[in-house]
Design a protein around this ligand. Structure first.
Ligand code: BT5
Length: 230
């Protein structure tokens, strides 16, 4: 569904995803905040969101079947990688949707969907990208565009991300998977699953699930935390 993006600019908000879920009921609306007081990661974790980072939530009302909603999860880190590449930074995707630069996290994605009768009627695609924000308090190895030597305004970065997203949102899950694979640093690596088992990530299924080989068995991991084991 091609429509022009509408923008909502906020100085500070608790979470752009929560704002979007509460106030945005239109297709293709981008909510951009200069800072978040309660930026959300996945599984109840926090995403530190100091001033001058990119905190963006794009609302989509594509009415996709549930089986196609991996599009949202796959499109977001790809769009971030494209934009980083345009600034000369090589980003890689850590499954399911972190973006890392040289083993440091630069961006994270939180997709929240609402559905009925097997169709997603609203998806909020939330992306946090460290642009020039201070990441001193981030509790993991992290980096920012500024630390990678790039000076850019948040607005310009966000506009580029939204442009890239609009191309990927129109692709099929299978085409997106093929585009993601070469950028997926998880493939070929030893990974630890949430239940503690360790195996090798060997492939990405068309629905975005990670295929992990453990002993003679291949299992498809749908979501949750898969950590690199070594
Ligand atoms: C994520 O979760 O990385 C998803 C982050 C999504 C943030 C966006 S911002 C716009 C929208 N509105 C929201 O409220 N959220 C979305 P997860 O994979 O669970 O990673 C969380 C972990 O990343 C934390 O436990 C930290 O270890 C690390 N972390 C926190 N802040 C970070 C930062 N600014 N940069 C890099 N890593 C960070």
């Amino acid at each position: 569904m091609k429509t022009k993006t509408k923008w909502v600019y906020l100085k500070e908000v608790d979470s752009t995803n929560d704002y979007a879920k509460q106030y945005v009921h239109d297709h293709n609306v981008a909510v951009l905040a200069e800072a978040q007081t309660h930026g959300k990661g996945r599984c109840g974790r926090a995403f530190l969101s100091g001033k001058s980072g990119m905190y963006l939530s794009v609302v989509r009302m594509d009415d996709l079947p549930l089986s196609a909603c991996s599009v949202y999860m796959l499109a977001a880190p790809l769009a971030v990688c494209d934009v980083l590449a345009a600034y000369g930074i090589k980003g890689e995707i850590k499954w399911p949707n972190d973006v890392w630069v040289a083993n440091k996290k630069i961006a994270g994605v939180l997709v929240e969907t609402e559905w009925r009768e097997e169709r997603v009627y609203r998806a909020v695609v939330g992306i946090g990208l460290n642009v020039s924000n201070d990441i001193g308090d981030v509790p993991c190895a992290a980096t920012s565009m500024r630390l990678e030597g790039v000076s850019a305004t948040v607005k310009e970065v966000a506009e580029r991300v939204v442009d890239a997203l609009s191309v990927y949102f129109d692709m099929s899950p299978a085409a997106l998977v093929a585009t993601v694979k070469p950028r997926l640093l998880t493939l070929g690596r030893r990974v630890r699953l949430p239940d503690g088992r360790v195996g090798t990530a060997i492939d990405l299924a068309d629905d975005g699930r990670l295929i992990v080989k453990i002993g003679g068995e291949c299992i498809a991991v749908a979501a949750g935390d898969v950590n690199l084991a070594e």
